[in-house]
Design a protein around this ligand. Structure first.
Ligand SMILES: Cc1ncc(COP(=O)(O)O)c(C=O)c1O
Length: 432
C-alpha cells in the first residue's frame, strides 16, 4: 500500500480543491485499517471515529455483516448487470426496506448518492403532479447537485451556481436556539407555509412538493416541535402537495428511530435515504407511494450504477443488523444517555449557546466573546480533536456547532472516554 507521505503528496497535487481533504489541517491522518469505532494509521496509532464518514459507517468499520454481504455478492462473480436486468440482491433490499417503512411507501427508486436521491424525488414529484415549483426550509441541507442545491438553504454554497431560484421558496423552520435571536415559533412557521401555499394556489402555481428534514441533521441537530412537522403534513394534504421527507442524514437510527418522521407518526409521500443505508458504499434510495413512483415510464430516471448488487446487499446487512441486534434500543439506553450525561453540563458555560442531543447525535453550539456564532472555535476544536486522535464533525446553520456522530453500536465505555476528552477540550476552548 502507498505510504502516508506519498498519499498526501499525490492527493494534494491532483485532487480538485472542492474536495474537503485539506480543509481542517494541512496533513490529515492517513488511515490504513479500521475496526469498530477505531481507525488506525500505518504505524498502528489508533483514532476514535466520531464522524463515521459523514454518518455513513454507522455500524463501525470492519463490521462482519457488511464484509459477509460483500463476499456473498463477489462469490457470484457478478458485480453489476446494469439497469435493465433484475437482481436478487435488489429484490431483497426492496423487501427489507418495505418491512421498516409504513405500508403506503411500498415502491422504490434506487440511485447512488444522497443528492441524486433528492433529484429523483423532485423529478418524480414533478412528473406525478405536472407541477414544477418546490418549497423547502431555512437551515435545510439536501446536497450539492444543481436540483438538490436549489432547495438547500446555505446562500454561500448556492450563490456561485445557476440554481433554480425561480421555482424554489424557502420557508422558516423552527429553530428555538437560533443564536442570532431570529427564532420563529412553530405556529409562525406554519402560518408562513400556509400563506405561501394560499398565494401560490391563487396564482395557479402550487408546488409539486414540500421537501423537509423532519429533524435537521447537518443544520445542527435541530429538532422542531412535533406540531410543526404534523402541521406541515396537514397543510400539504390540504393543498394536495406531495411531502418529501429527506432522511439521508437521519435515517437508519441516527435520531433513535428508523426514520425521523416516525417521531411524529406522520407518513410522507416520499422519503429520500442514503448515507448509513449501505455502510459506506454509494447507494441511495427514494421510497414512495406506488401511484407516484409508478407514474413515470421506464427510463425516465436511470443511472448507470443504480441498484449495484454489492451496495444493495450491504444495505440489506445494515437493516438486518440494526433490527436483529436491537440497535435502536442501544441508541436509547447507551448512546443518547452517554451523550446527554457527558455533554449536558457544558450548557452552564458562558460561550456555550446550546447542547442538543438527539438519538445517536449531538450538537454543541459555540459563541464568541461578543455572543456571535463562533465557527472558528469549532474549527480549532476539530484540530484539537486531531491532536488527541479523535475525529469530530462540524455543522450548524452558522457553522458554530461541534457535532458528534458516533457509530450507533458503540460501546458505552469507549464513547464515555472519548466524550470526556471532547468535553475537556470544549471547556478549555471557551475559557481561553
Ligand atoms: C439531509 C441530507 N440530504 C442530502 C444530503 C446529500 O447527500 P450526498 O452528500 O450523499 O449527496 C445530505 C448530506 O449530508 C444530507 O444530510
Amino acid at each position: 500500500m502507498r505510504d502516508p507521505k506519498s498519499t498526501l503528496d499525490v492527493t494534494r497535487a491532483r485532487e480538485s480543491s472542492a474536495a474537503n481533504t485539506f480543509r481542517t489541517v494541512d496533513n490529515p491522518p492517513v488511515f490504513v485499517r479500521g475496526d469498530g469505532p477505531w481507525l488506525f494509521e500505518a504505524d498502528g496509532t489508533r483514532w476514535l471515529d466520531l464522524v463515521c464518514g459523514s454518518s455513513t459507517t454507522t455500524l463501525g468499520h470492519n463490521h462482519p455483516a457488511h464484509l459477509a454481504a460483500i463476499q456473498d455478492v463477489t462469490a457470484t462473480g457478478i458485480l453489476h448487470t446494469g439497469t435493465r436486468l433484475p437482481s436478487p440482491f435488489r429484490a431483497d433490499l426492496y423487501e427489507l426496506l418495505g418491512s421498516i417503512l409504513p405500508g403506503e411507501l411500498s415502491c422504490f427508486q434506487l440511485v447512488n448518492s444522497g443528492a441524486e436521491a433528492v433529484e429523483a424525488a423532485i423529478k418524480a414529484a414533478q412528473f406525478a403532479t405536472g407541477r414544477t415549483r418546490l418549497l423547502s426550509f431555512e437551515g435545510g441541507y439536501h446536497g450539492r447537485t444543481l436540483g438538490a442545491l436549489s432547495i438547500t438553504h446555505g446562500e454561500r454554497i448556492r450563490k456561485p451556481f445557476s440554481v433554480f431560484e425561480e421555482i424554489v421558496d424557502f420557508l422558516p423552520y423552527p429553530y428555538p436556539d437560533d443564536p442570532t435571536g431570529a427564532a420563529t415559533s412553530a405556529d409562525d412557521c406554519l402560518a408562513a407555509l400556509s400563506q405561501r401555499l394560499q398565494d401560490l394556489e391563487h396564482t395557479g402555481d402550487l408546488p409539486a412538493a414540500v421537501v423537509i428534514e423532519p429533524i435537521q441533521g447537518v443544520g445542527g441537530v435541530v429538532v422542531p416541535p412535533d406540531e410543526f412537522v404534523i402541521g406541515v403534513r396537514e397543510l400539504t394534504r390540504t393543498f394536495d402537495v406531495l411531502l418529501i421527507c429527506d432522511e439521508i442524514w437521519s435515517g437508519f437510527g441516527r435520531t433513535g428511530r428508523w426514520f425521523s418522521f416516525e417521531h411524529t407518526a406522520i407518513v410522507p409521500d416520499m422519503v429520500t435515504m442514503g448515507k448509513a443505508l449501505s455502510g459506506g458504499l454509494p447507494l441511495s434510495a427514494v421510497a414512495g407511494r406506488a401511484d407516484v413512483l409508478k407514474a413515470w415510464p421506464p427510463g425516465m430516471h436511470t443511472s448507470t450504477f443504480q441498484g449495484n448488487p454489492v451496495a444493495c446487499n450491504m444495505a440489506c446487512a445494515t437493516i438486518a443488523t440494526i433490527r436483529d441486534q436491537n440497535l435502536l434500543g442501544h441508541i436509547e439506553t447507551v448512546v443518547a444517555t452517554e451523550l446527554e450525561r457527558t455533554l449536558r453540563p457544558l450548557v452552564r458555560l458562558d460561550r456555550i449557546h446550546a447542547v442538543r442531543v438527539n438519538g445517536a447525535q449531538a450538537a454543541i453550539e459555540l459563541l464568541d466573546g461578543n455572543g456571535e456564532p463562533d465557527a472558528d472555535a469549532v474549527m480549532r476544536l476539530q484540530r484539537r480533536g486531531l491532536e488527541h486522535h479523535i475525529l469530530i464533525y462540524a455543522g450548524g446553520r452558522y457553522g458554530n456547532g461541534v457535532m458528534l456522530v458516533p457509530p450507533i453500536n458503540i460501546d458505552r465505555n469507549v464513547l464515555a472516554d472519548g466524550l470526556d476528552i471532547i468535553r475537556e477540550l470544549i471547556e478549555q476552548e471557551v475559557s481561553s
